[in-house]
Design a protein around this ligand. Sequence first.
Ligand SMILES: [Zn+2]
Length: 670
Amino acid sequence: MTNPLLSHWDTPFALAPFDKISDEDFAPAFAEALETHKAEIAAIADNAAAPTFANTIEAMEAAGSGLDKVLSVFFSVAGADSTPAREALQREFSPKLAAHGAEISANKALFGRIKAVWDARETLELSEEQQRVLMLTHRGFVRGGAALEGADDIRMKEIKSRLAVLGTDFTQNLLADERDWYMTLTEDDLEGLPGFVVDAARAAGEEKDAGGPVVTLSRSLIVPFLQFSPRRDLREKAFAAWAARGANGGETDNREIAAEILSLRQERAALLGYGSFADYKLETEMAKAPGAVRDLLMAVWEPAKARAEADAAVLTEMMHADGVNGDLAPWDWRYYAEKRRKAEHDLDEAALKPYLQLDRMIEASFACATRLFGLAFKPLDVPLYHPDCRAWEVTRNGAHVAVFIGDYFARGGKRSGAWCSAMRGQAKFPEVQAPVVINVCNFAKGDPALLSYDDARTLFHEFGHALHQMLSNVTYESISGTSVARDFVELPSQLYEHWLEVPEVLAEYATHAETGAPMPEEMLNKVLGAANFDQGFATVEYVASALVDLAFHEGAAPGDPMARQAEVLADLGMPAAITMRHATPHFAHVFAGDGYSSGYYSYMWSEVMDADAFEAFEEAGGAFDADTAKALETHILSAGGSVEADELYKRFRGRLPDVEALLKGRGLAA
Ligand SMILES: [Zn+2]
């Protein structure tokens, strides 16, 4: 019998036949599909015919479709419905895939052909999209080091493998520090803590076999402890340990590792001909250069700092009224901010929840897409990988657009968080391929299932990513849907969250599970007000980290990163009661791998854009303005990575994004 993963999928919309696939099918299908892709790549690289766009670039686009099929199914179940057997398969597949990717990017014959097509690009009469795919393919190989020869080539390989080792060491040291430290609490020490923190402290104590409740360095425990514990001495002790992660001396100290990583990155950028690692990293982003990132961060920094200083004065007064003299310290901020939040914005989560029914919120997210883009959603009865999964056929004017799958409930075997992925990306080459898109969340089950406000926002966020995939309308899959710059990819998702806050949407869909009554306006205002609370603090701790990240990767690598960090913070005039969200020795975004190195800014970059983009609707007359929706689809949601991100944004908005809308949204505007 043929392996169902590799056979033709003669199913509705060519969906994977989940009811026929078993775990035993993965390993043989993976092995066969990997070999096929290797053979396809070898055939392209060794082709005797002169290199052309069709026999090189398009051939690479078409190659690997079998591997894509196998992996789309495998990674869906490995992420959302894992088992020890699937984890073992993932441990087996991951290094093989990494080696396969490295082998392709180091294939000199293949690169020679790509380069030949690239060099001849002016004479080839390529479409705009073809030129773009050619540029991206060529640039990807060059950035990976394919054009290097001799000693430089060897050195690049050494740097890459050393960086991989250092990134792993950094992560493991951090984990070791986080695992080893805990602070035991007596029953008296628990006073003032809410039930969920007490429960978490007891559970952590059991896990550590500590004979009683403990505070650990896990963010989900230490942050609420700092927020709620009235014991200043314990807060100080816990905070000190949290701040010292990765900088405790001895075997697990990350400071020298950070210095070596920065120096190797600088050398890598220099080998490739860039002035700095930040120049290298930002070349492929919407920001393009360090100056643009710095301008954006500094435009936010001053108003955020002013707000944080004003807030610090209020909190200091509260502390003095509490009988504690002296200055507000970093271990005091969260505690007094929580007291203030309760006084100013107390929101009863228990009373809010019945208004946010999962099914009604799904309806709301669909209804907004119907009004904005004319999409219709019809439930589909097809076999999927878990009985919790639901599917819909998405159509427009009766024509098929996509299949959308929602896998909403938390369960053992699903990794935490929420995500969107395309089980099949949109493409028209080598044949028309309609997208199959999945949103995976971790909501609590219930009858009916009820969401927190954050959950509802997550639902809209992931559905925004799904729209980016489903409305994609390009030829080549490598640039379709969410295949865009990292600092652009969160625009559609964060933008879509704004429709949840549109009063008429909540009025219609946020109805009480028992009475059917709409959410009272006073409650809605509290929800929206609470979202802006303490944004001076949040913005300062974030922007300081982003500016240190940027400073590390501009110019010569700092021999002593801790000294450089101190210098940057001193120049900024960092408020004394706030620390960086992630200080260097535990800044995993920057040092665990290079994904977010000189890229930590991108969260805020996207937020500036989503605030500015939503304002385009408001300026045009409202959240459902038809012309603005059309422009959003034409220039952003359908375009994938077919055009530079800044150009796409300009086509949509008529100009580049402006920070004013973000400052207003975070309550930081003057
Ligand atoms: Zn996202």
